[in-house]
Design a protein around this ligand. Structure first.
Ligand code: P1T
Length: 381
């Protein structure tokens, strides 16, 4: 089946009892049993819930995975994947990545005994040189948050496997519609489903997709044992969001390219980061491993101080200053003080997360209105 058909139908057979076309929202914490242990496959909603099961089936099919698991947030999914490791294990991680992922690694899992090296994973030689005997995982974001670096998934999967390590891809920015890491050899895909999968900025959720049976069993165990599960209403909302994912991703990408081109030609903009621009250092790699370049654009404004930045977002009428991304509405984020504030300033500056850096989550509005909005805001800088 082709992707757009799967997005609409995966996991959602008409309800066998009533014929309801949409999966019902099963608002129940528990399920009647005929005798202890004799039931219809559902005992307690931390363990399983039919609305969540439908979503997990859909998530697996969209990533061409055997298994899909839904978690209460992207961070809960990240937490579960890192718990596959043991104290003493070493992880090679993309240097440019979501601040919350950096924080959980440095402040939760380092004290627990994992070791992390944050390196430029777009460069194979750098990754190769970072392996140690105890390296058990390579963790990449591609495109990365917020600088849209692209890492070569297939090559990194081969490299990780020759060292006996798993490759984990945070596929949040690309979505399963634009990029299929498991088909390129990755072992585990993680998502913040809060973003494009949900698509409407009305739910917080995470997801894990994978093929390995042993890792799946351990993650399923952790999902139930720890209990960071989404409720049925959230599962319903993401299931509904997924149905329009292909349509939305085309519009996000189309608008983002127009905006990136506009920004690249603007005298007050010193740098634009967008994998769909031919000037992006990994333009060809992005073209090869992504179906479209996506809806995220970062750029650097020529500012003298923070007051100049304040004038920028005060001037906006359509874009909203907010964290998060991937909804139908356009958002602007200031990584240095918002999403990436938990990264030490010196590390941020070394990466390129400067005070003048802005990240756009380009929505599905009319591109002319979005460009007009940015034009006015840039005038006030
Ligand atoms: O917010 P949550 O659903 O827990 O997902 C965390 C997460 C994981 N991975 C990536 C690539 C992410 O971007 C995020 C969340 N990011 C934001 C809130 C943000 O504005 O960048």
């Amino acid at each position: 089946m082709k992707w757009a058909t799967l997005a609409v139908h995966a996991g959602t057979e008409p309800d066998p009892m009533t014929g309801a076309v949409m999966v019902p929202v099963y608002f129940t914490s528990t399920y009647a049993q005929e005798a202890p242990g004799v039931h219809k496959g559902y005992e307690y909603s931390r363990t399983h819930n039919p609305t969540r099961t439908a979503l997990e089936t859909s998530l697996a099919q969209l990533e061409s995975a055997k298994y899909g698991l839904a978690f209460a947030s992207g961070m809960a999914a990240t937490d579960a994947v890192l718990r596959l490791l043991r104290p003493g294990d070493h992880v090679i991680v993309s240097r440019d990545l979501y601040g919350g992922t950096y924080r959980i690694m440095r402040q939760v899992f380092e004290p627990w005994g994992l070791k992390f090296d944050f390196v430029d994973t777009s460069d194979i030689a750098t990754v190769e040189g970072s392996f140690r005997p105890e390296t058990k995982m390579v963790w990449i974001e591609t495109p990365s948050n917020p600088l849209l670096h692209i890492s070569p998934i297939a090559a990194l999967a081969d490299l990780a496997h020759t060292h006996g390590a798993r490759l984990v891809v945070d596929n949040t920015f690309a979505t399963p519609y634009l990029q299929s890491p498991l088909e390129m050899g990755a072992d585990i895909v993680v998502h913040s489903a809060t973003k494009y999968l949900g698509g409407h900025s009305d739910v917080v959720m995470g997801a894990i997709m994978l093929n390995n049976e042993a890792d799946y069993q351990q993650l399923r165990f952790l999902q139930n044992a720890v209990g960071a599960v989404p409720g049925p209403m959230d599962a319903f909302l993401v299931l509904r969001g997924i149905k329009t994912l292909p349509l939305r991703m085309h519009k996000h990408s189309e608008n983002a390219l127009k905006i990136a081109e506009f920004l690249a030609a603007h005298p007050k903009v010193s740098k634009v980061y967008y994998p769909g621009l031919i000037t992006h250092p990994q333009y060809l790699l992005a073209k090869q491993q992504m179906r479209l370049p996506g809806g995220m654009v970062s750029f650097e404004v020529k500012v003298k101080n923070m007051d100049d930045m304040k004038n920028f977002w005060k001037g906006l009428r359509v874009f909203t200053l907010a964290e998060s991304l991937g909804g139908v509405e356009s958002l602007v984020n200031h990584p240095a003080t918002m999403t990436h504030a938990s990264i030490p300033e010196s590390d941020r500056l070394a990466l390129g997360i400067t005070p003048g850096l802005l990240r756009l989550s380009v929505g599905i509005e009319d591109a002319d209105d979005l460009i007009a909005d940015l034009k006015v805001a840039l005038q006030s800088v």
